[in-house]
Design a binder for this molecule. Structure first.
Ligand SMILES: [Zn+2]
Length: 703
């Protein structure tokens, strides 16, 4: 069976899309792209659930018909999927499913008829007519039991929904019931025999204990006089189907269940069963009710139901408009690349658990992992190929008589060592990816980035380039780095389609990494002599201070809410300054003669900077001209007398310490706007540039 079917929930069309919706779609999109890349015919569904009393009420309020109300909300979903490249035009979903589609009415009616004819495992009618009386929450679209509502403060008032905090409706009416109570054993045996049916395990346990606690029959219709906006019950149009019965069924009607035309076009037989991705808040509907309906109808159960966690703010609080700590889609769209957002959500949330999302965290990850990590590896590799190899992929082979020299230069003469490492990492990555452990898979991929980085720093191509005898060593190092980049662009393609395509093209490769099955990658298939394209930054650095300032300015007019830290008095703040460090220096310094007061030291403004570019200056053999980002609007231009000890390429991307408040001065006609801090040792005063071993944002002050 070489097909795959993945779904997001279909979203209830009574509110506009937000981060949670975007997240599930990104996960589904990533899964779909990965399957397609491996040659598996894949169908990806997302969409909207458009029936029910709640839509009726929202429509009434807005002066629209229910369908117009749904169309209005759908237009926002379509806008989001287009802006974030998740729609069909961008290689994303195959169908935006809507429960108002006529073929859906046909399919869901067919499912109802099948269940209505069925007997339960205990030999009863699966659907029966009865009377229901209870407290009903319209926004939840379900009746609430005693432990699911808040008792009223004054006797006589209705109770309120624990989720919505709105009054419940007392409903008593004729209703069709699905005999869910007869399916407990059947469901439990599914959960037991298929441990991967509900994931992660913690959620599976929750579901099992819910079912073990006993199931109540489910009211699956409302009188048309109460709820008219929905699918009529077949052969009894006085009843409207319960909105969840209708909505869940979309997963099979979309691909052709109960409609010949859809079956021809997509294929229920071909694609079912699906992998359902859901938020943990709607797990019960997907992991209990839906499988019970399918069991009753004699339809194969889903492949799996996987529940993901929720996004919290950086302080671990729930996001809400009142707290003003939500992540806005238009802000994401305006300031961040789609690939950076995709990378961040997949890297940051351990799939299945709750994750934390703040704009600052997104910028930090984009800068450290993407700009300084993969981006820097690709730009320095390609730049050196341009400079030392005439812009063509060099040979990776070191001749027998050059091996000793290569070894002396610190490179592993056997390239199968690196190839073996990367192949193992690839296998591990694919396995983790298959298990939806995206965060770990990305850690694995980044172990490849680090390995390649280390190979370059150890081999120092800029030194090798000076030695004619090391030409082959230099070529081999650059070949290996380029081949590593080719592998990474294939592996990471489902996660970052745009950036990996750009990297692929810059390597001079034809077509797309989408066409390469990662499990069939072979080391050494990058062809010698391939002309690389113009080198461009695939992940431009984000100026954190400036971007945060803009985001905060954008957000102010929209509401009175304060910044995250101010929103809750006394809440732990992410930006609270740390107490000044007391340890180090002062007393333990050896050989220091003139002590200064801390105030004297405070006069020196030391900042973390990152070298964006470095070049030699004509006729000044000691000076390097650098552009250094210290978190300000513009990078600083700084001259340093280190040209005899550092190659320019060696410095690009490196974190350094800058004296930011040193009076600007002119050297050889260039203005130097600060100074790079370096140790100086030996008789010749050899400089060693100070740096950091942990990631630290540009502009951070040293104290
Ligand atoms: Zn509710």
């Amino acid at each position: 069976m070489n097909t795959f079917y993945v779904t997001t929930p279909i979203y209830y069309a009574n509110s506009l899309p937000h981060l949670g919706h975007l997240y599930t779609m990104i996960v589904a999109d990533t899964v779909a792209r990965a399957k397609r890349q491996r040659g598996i015919e894949t169908y990806f569904l997302t969409g909207t659930d458009e029936h029910g009393i709640n839509i009726e009420r929202a429509a009434q309020k807005a002066g629209r018909t229910p369908k117009e109300q749904a169309d209005y909300v759908v237009s926002y979903y379509k806008k989001m999927t287009s802006e974030f490249a998740l729609d069909t035009a961008h290689g994303g979903y195959d169908i935006f499913m809507r429960t108002t589609e006529p073929f859906h009415y046909e399919g869901v009616s067919e499912l109802w008829r099948r269940i209505a004819k069925a007997k339960t495992p205990r030999g009863n009618d699966a659907i029966y007519k009865g009377h229901y009386e209870g407290w009903f929450c319209a926004p939840c679209a379900e009746y609430k039991t005693e432990d699911e509502y808040q008792k009223p403060a004054n006797e006589g008032d209705p109770p309120t929904c624990l989720i919505h905090e709105t009054p419940l409706d007392r409903v008593s009416e004729e209703s069709y019931f699905f005999r869910l109570s007869d399916y407990d054993e059947a469901l439990l045996s599914v959960y037991e025999s298929r441990p991967d049916f509900v994931r992660p395990e913690s959620r599976r346990n929750e579901v099992m204990s819910f079912v073990r606690g006993g199931l109540q029959d489910l009211s699956v219709s409302r009188l048309k006089t109460s709820v008219s906006w929905g699918v009529p019950v077949p052969d009894d149009p006085a009843h409207t189907m319960y909105v969840w019965f209708d909505a869940l069924t979309n997963y099979i009607t979309a691909i052709g269940f109960g409609n010949e035309e859809r079956e021809q076009k997509v294929g229920f037989e071909k694609f079912w069963p699906a992998l359902h991705l859901v938020g943990k808040d709607i797990l019960r509907f997907h992991a209990v009710y839906w499988p019970a309906f399918l069991l009753a109808a004699g339809i194969e159960l889903p492949r799996a139901i996987v529940a993901h966690g929720m996004w919290l703010d950086p302080n671990g609080r729930k996001m809400s408009k009142t707290l003003g700590n939500t992540i806005e889609l238009d802000v994401l769209q305006k300031y961040f690349s789609i690939d950076a957002i995709r990378y961040f959500v997949l890297r940051e949330m351990v799939f299945g658990q709750d994750g934390r999302f703040g704009y600052e965290g997104l910028i930090d990850r984009a800068n450290s992992d993407l700009a300084s990590g993969l981006g820097n590896l690709s730009s320095r590799t390609l730049t050196m190929i341009g400079k030392y190899c005439d812009g063509r992929i060099p040979s990776g082979v070191i001749a027998e008589d050059r091996l000793l020299q290569a070894k002396r230069a610190g490179i592993d003469t056997d390239q199968t060592t690196l190839a073996g490492f990367i192949e193992t990492a690839r296998d591990q990555y694919l396995l983790q990816f298959e298990n939806l452990a995206f965060s770990r898979a990305l850690e694995t991929a980044w172990s490849i980035v680090s390995r390649a980085d280390k190979m370059i720093s150890d081999a120092k191509p800029w030194d090798l380039a000076k030695d004619e005898n090391q030409k082959q060593t230099l070529s081999a190092v650059l070949y290996r780095a380029a081949e590593t980049l080719r592998w990474l662009s294939v592996l990471l393609h489902p996660i970052m389609p745009g950036a990996t395509q750009a990297l692929w093209s810059q390597l001079g490769l034809e077509g797309s990494p989408a066409e390469i099955n990662p499990s069939e990658l072979k080391w050494g298939e990058l062809k010698e002599g391939t002309a690389i394209a113009d080198v461009q930054a695939i992940f431009p650095r984000i100026d954190k201070a400036k971007t945060m300032e803009q985001i905060n300015a954008d957000q102010k007019p929209s509401g009175a809410h304060a910044t995250e830290a101010d929103a809750v008095p006394g809440a732990p703040s992410a930006t609270k300054p740390e107490p000044p460090m007391q340890h180090a220096t002062e007393a333990d310094a050896v050989g220091v003669t003139n002590y200064i007061e801390i105030d004297d030291f405070a006069k020196v403004d030391l900042r973390v900077g990152q070298v964006l570019s470095a070049e030699r200056i004509p006729k000044a053999d000691k000076l390097l001209l650098m552009k250094v980002d210290i978190g300000e609007e513009q990078p600083r231009q700084i001259l340093a007398g280190i040209a005899q000890y550092y190659e320019p390429e060696q410095l690009v991307g490196r974190k350094v310490v800058i004296v930011a408040n040193l009076k600007h001065r002119k050297l050889r006609g260039y203005e130097s706007q600060g100074m790079v801090v370096a140790a100086s040792y030996g008789e010749e005063g050899r400089p060693v540039i100070a740096t950091f071993t942990e990631d630290v944002p540009n502009g951070a002050r040293l104290k």
